[in-house]
Design a binder for this molecule. Structure first.
Ligand SMILES: NC(=O)C1=CN([C@@H]2O[C@H](COP(=O)(O)OP(=O)(O)OC[C@H]3O[C@@H](n4cnc5c(N)ncnc54)[C@H](O)[C@@H]3O)[C@@H](O)[C@H]2O)C=CC1
Ligand SMILES: CC(=O)C(=O)O
Ligand SMILES: [Mg+2]
Length: 372
């Protein structure tokens, strides 16, 4: 199969869809890989490493989209990328369609087969292609929150761990999945006073055992959320209902009653955000203030540590990319129900229920859309 890896074009996005090691694996499986000129150069993956791995270097994204049978990317395609997709072509990347009607419309119009990393599943109920980036974003969320709590960044001037004689800052983490757990590890490690809310009691039990008394687990109700948010210096939004728009848990009213200079980091912003006041920001201009509360809502947080993230992402996506290339998309999807769960759009049909529901499309079951 002819595989194309264009350079990412989202603001301050330096990740790339495949590492040179990933390219080598696909080439050894008999495939042709085209990488855009300097696509990985910003993170130390130079053209000559891709050439040594067996890729060809192509000057423009236009040429890659025109020639490739499968496009492997990181971020959701931007409008001009969507317009270069065509019927029969496979797109394998993050999509986050539920909060993005424009992209959905363009992908439907393209006729392409669009597989979203974030809805591919695994036998344990996890999201194996979201998990590595959630690990990164979870760890970064505390780093970002701690930084923006500094006075010069607009925060109230609190140190997460406090110092001897001064109480630590209170950190509230809403959602105890992959992002929430990694955020908790960092916050606990920095000596903060940490509370995690989740709606899943089994998850709270696991967290209680894992952290062995070093944080508080609380069942997520509106009441608990309000109580802990009003006391917190830092709130991390880390909930997910797979494929669906995030529920708005922290309301504008609650935010207006939070501490002046508190910081809220909405990691769930890529699914539309779980705070009523959230709107997506970029690494270039990551924060804004509502009612004296600093909001950090960067939708591609892992792009900030793009080298670590690219290696972690390729580790997870590569086996699926190899299956798609070796078998062709239709057979690879039909052979693997977990990869099939990633199919969001195919040949002009929306094949993911939560996306169809929220955006008002007719849902077509993936097997039916594939004509199986
Ligand atoms: N901004 C960024 O750069 C990135 C954002 N993300 C996003 O972070 C979010 C979280 O991802 P993961 O941790 O991997 O998901 P996950 O599925 O591992 O965890 C989500 C947790 O939220 C809980 N939850 C659902 N509804 C809840 C409610 N009402 N109250 C409390 N908890 C609730 C679930 O029980 C689950 O434990 C997703 O939206 C994901 O797309 C992930 C990576 C990067
Ligand atoms: C998950 C996601 O949206 C990202 O890594 O950018
Ligand atoms: Mg206030």
């Amino acid at each position: 199969m002819r595989i194309g890896v264009p350079k990412e074009i989202k603001n301050h996005e330096y990740r790339i869809g495949l590492t040179p090691a990933g390219v080598k694996e696909l080439v050894m499986n008999g495939h042709e890989v085209m990488v855009e000129n300097n696509g990985g150069a910003a993170i130390g993956f130079e053209n000559d490493q891709y050439l040594a791995a067996g890729a060809s270097i192509i000057d423009t994204a236009e040429e890659i989209f025109a020639k490739a049978e499968m496009i492997i990317k990181v971020k959701e395609p931007q409008p001009n990328e969507c317009r270069m997709l065509r019927e029969g072509q496979v797109l394998f990347t993050y999509l986050h369609l539920a909060p993005d009607p424009e992209q959905t419309e363009l992908l439907v119009a393209s006729g392409a087969t669009c597989i979203a990393y974030e809805t591919v599943t695994d036998p344990r109920g996890g999201l194996p292609l979201l998990a590595p980036m959630s690990e990164v974003a979870g760890r970064m969320s505390i780093q970002a929150g701690a930084h923006h709590l500094e006075k010069a960044q607009g925060g109230l001037g609190a140190l997460l761990g406090g110092v001897p004689g001064v109480a630590p800052a209170k950190v509230l983490i809403i959602g105890g999945g992959v992002v929430g757990t990694q955020a908790a590890r960092m916050a606990v490690g920095m000596g903060a006073d940490v509370t995690i809310l989740d709606r899943s009691l089994p998850r709270l039990r696991q967290l209680d055992t894992e952290f062995d008394g070093r944080l508080r687990t609380v069942y997520s109700t509106v009441d608990a959320l309000e109580q802990y948010a009003l006391e917190a210096e830092l709130v991390i939004g880390a909930v997910l209902i797979p494929g669906a728009a995030a529920p708005k848990l922290l309301t504008r009213d609650m935010i207006s009653r939070m501490k002046k200079g508190a910081v809220v980091v909405d990691v769930a912003i890529d699914q539309g955000g779980c705070f009523e006041t959230s709107k997506a920001t970029t690494h270039q201009d990551p924060t804004y203030v509502v009612d004296d509360v600093v909001h950090y809502c960067v939708a591609n947080m892992p792009g900030g540590v793009a080298r670590t993230s690219t290696i972690a992402l390729t580790n997870a996506t590569l086996p699926f990319a190899v299956a798609l290339a070796n078998k062709g998309a239709k057979k690879a999807l039909l052979d693997d129900a977990h990869l099939m769960n990633g199919l969001n759009v195919h040949a002009g049909k929306v094949t993911y229920q939560a996306v169809a529901d929220v955006l008002g499309y007719d849902y077509v079951a993936p097997t039916k859309a594939l004509g199986a």
